[in-house]
Ligand binder design. Structure first.
Ligand SMILES: *Cc1c(COP(=O)(O)O)cnc(C)c1O
Length: 598
């Protein structure tokens, strides 16, 4: 995708935009480094679907002039990081507005760049990337919108202040007055304080009454994205008062948004939203237990089909199924396509992946050998090494089934020492185990392009999170759209997507990691390899993945659910107090007893 999309001369009409989508990160284009992983991809896919299906949306994020980071791995798998600088001024039109924000006891000027997400229909979703690198600002403030998830908590709180308060102010300066504000994760929660300031029109915030808070709540929707306690930003009260000032800080306290004596972005978002949801059915239930004072709904994530379906499949779909780009329900019609053609398309994606692998690394993988893919942010709960738990067994399986290839990828957060050591572990295992039967390779710098190549090219997508920490997961959905089944722990979206032996396989829950790994090996040896050896059965499974899961786990469906459940709910839905469904299982109880949040 080229940036030329973004250079449309005329600004779309902003006065008619009724939904404002706020997100700390948004993956807008492979060449714009404004995202780190799943959250930003989801935000970008949401906007791409909004553009394709003509939704009246506008979006706010930060410029992130130095990006997240490019991952460099040495021969031992030791990760180092490099900035990814980019230059919005040479690629994007300016919003032509500068607003001034009072924070840290001084004025901070904020401007914005406009990235237009253009749908297949021609409909445009304008995204405003806020930028504090403005002449006249304090030198430190000029760097505030540079590093996605960089810096300390003070830097982060300043960024979230720019995002929430700056975003609302910019929309007003642009004469844009949406009726719905969607906080995509707690980072954006301070938009509620911006709306409260506007509602009180100059009166002190700390005197806000319940009726004033209600006026803000009527406009706000909040999606929470992780049950991992460390994923919920919190700040000390000294920082809150330093950055936001006395009046806003006192208002946050008076509104009851502190949690355990800290300013907690999730609790601000909860308090100021009329609709709250988790990102898969189970995640909604787990979040309901975490936040028992609030009603938590569920809307299961999806991915943007036009972005993630391989070029070869796009060609096939364009030839066989018109309108799939605007209406993803047509993916069900894949049952009308000969499974052998589906397999042939997938095989081209596999060859393409291995060509890139050879070019980048000099490693040659064989396209007729069963290949597993495992790529995701490296966090301990994702358990990248479960697949390597019993190396002898893995080698024995590889020898028995005629060979096995495994491709890994994933970045660890620069400050996550435990995550970084997991990458070295995979490197060490690969060095020990690589043989004629088993090939393991860890690819550097997992990003949009590599994510697409992998989900379009491997045969089976593996996911091994510790339950119930995977809120949703979306890479397995990208795989499904390309006819790639998953082998995964029943967590997140896979609880909804797994039809055993039809769309993939579940790694069954067990007492110990060793027992879970044993179950994984058994599925591989007894179910997956035999089916892979039977091309007719395998291609039928590829067809099921697309027809059953592709037709549901897409952002066209997801966004339609946001529209009718969250943004513009049917009148009776808005008030219906549906009883929450209990989740009584040990894994959830363990999570609830973790410190940071509970
Ligand atoms: C899709 C995607 C993710 C999120 O996938 P998960 O299944 O949630 O791990 C992360 N990073 C990149 C580069 C992606 O394309």
């Amino acid at each position: 995708m080229s940036l030329s999309n973004a250079l449309a001369k005329t600004s779309p009409d902003l006065t008619s935009r009724s939904i404002a989508y706020f997100s700390m990160e948004i993956a807008l284009s492979p060449s714009v480094p404004t995202y780190s992983g799943g959250l930003g991809m989801l935000a970008g896919d949401t906007l791409r679907s909004a553009a394709d299906t003509c939704r009246p949306m506008v979006a706010i994020s930060l410029t992130h002039r130095r990006g997240y980071f490019r991952q460099i791995l040495d021969a031992q798998g030791q990760q180092t990081e490099a900035d990814v600088p980019w230059s919005p001024e040479t690629t994007l039109p300016s919003a032509n507005k500068v607003i001034s924000l009072t924070m840290q006891g001084r004025q901070v000027l904020v401007r914005a760049w406009r990235f237009d997400v253009v749908g297949v229909t021609g409909h445009v979703i304008p995204v405003f990337l806020l930028d504090t690198d403005v002449e006249g600002n304090d030198e430190w403030d000029r760097r505030l919108t540079d590093h996605l998830y960089g810096g300390d908590t003070y830097y982060r709180l300043c960024q979230e202040t720019v995002l929430g308060l700056g975003g609302v102010a910019l929309l007003r300066a642009l004469d844009c007055k949406p009726s719905v504000y969607h906080m995509n994760e707690g980072h954006a929660a301070l938009l509620s304080i911006g709306l409260l300031e506007e509602h009180l029109a100059g009166n002190p915030l700390r005197e806000a009454q319940e009726i004033d808070l209600e006026a803000v709540r009527r406009q706000c929707v909040f999606t929470t994205h992780t049950p991992v306690p460390a994923g919920h930003d919190q700040f000390g009260l000294d920082q809150m008062y330093q950055v936001l000032g006395h009046d806003r800080g006192a208002a946050i306290e008076h509104a009851g948004c502190l949690h355990n004596g800290l300013m907690n972005m999730t609790y601000i978002a909860l308090r100021f939203s009329r609709y709250v949801n988790g990102v898969a059915m189970q995640h909604g239930k787990v979040s309901q237990l975490m936040f028992p004072d609030y009603k938590v709904h569920s809307i299961t994530n999806g991915v943007h089909a036009g972005t993630w379906v391989s070029p070869h499949f796009q060609e096939l779909l364009d030839a066989e199924i018109s309108n799939w780009r605007t209406d993803n329900q047509y993916f069900r019609s894949v049952y009308g396509i000969d499974p052998a053609r589906i397999s042939a398309c997938h095989f081209k994606g596999k060859q393409r992946l291995f060509d890139v692998l050879a070019k980048r690394t000099g490693h040659h993988f064989n396209p007729s050998v069963l290949t597993l893919g495992f790529a995701r942010r490296v966090a301990t709960y994702k358990r990248a090494s479960l697949l390597l738990e019993d190396p002898a067994r893995l080698v024995a399986i590889a020898e028995k089934i005629g060979g096995l290839q495994i491709l890994y990828a994933g970045k660890a957060h620069p400050a996550d020492g435990a995550g970084k050591s997991l990458i070295r572990d995979v490197y060490a295992a690969a060095a020990r185990l690589n043989s004629s039967a088993l090939k393991i390779h860890y690819l550097e710098n997992y990003d949009w392009e590599l994510g697409a190549l992998l989900t379009q090219g491997v045969d089976v997508w593996v996911n091994t999170p510790r339950r119930p920490y995977e809120a949703s997961g979306t890479s397995g959905m990208k795989a499904a759209l390309n006819g790639v089944p998953s082998l995964s722990v029943l967590d997140g979206w896979w609880i909804e997507g797994c039809a055993e032996n039809v769309t993939g396989w579940a790694i069954e829950d067990a007492e110990t990691e060793a027992a879970e790994a044993a179950n994984l090996y058994e599925k591989l040896e007894k179910h997956i390899a035999p089916m892979y050896a039977n091309p007719a059965a395998w291609s039928r499974m590829q067809q099921h993945c697309i027809a059953i899961n592709g037709s549901f786990f897409n952002t066209h469906r997801m966004l339609a659910q946001y529209v009718c459940n969250a943004y513009f709910p049917f009148p009776r839905l808005a008030d219906a107090a549906s009883p929450s469904v209990p989740v009584n299982e040990p894994a959830v109880q363990t999570l609830l007893n973790e410190p940071a949040l509970a």
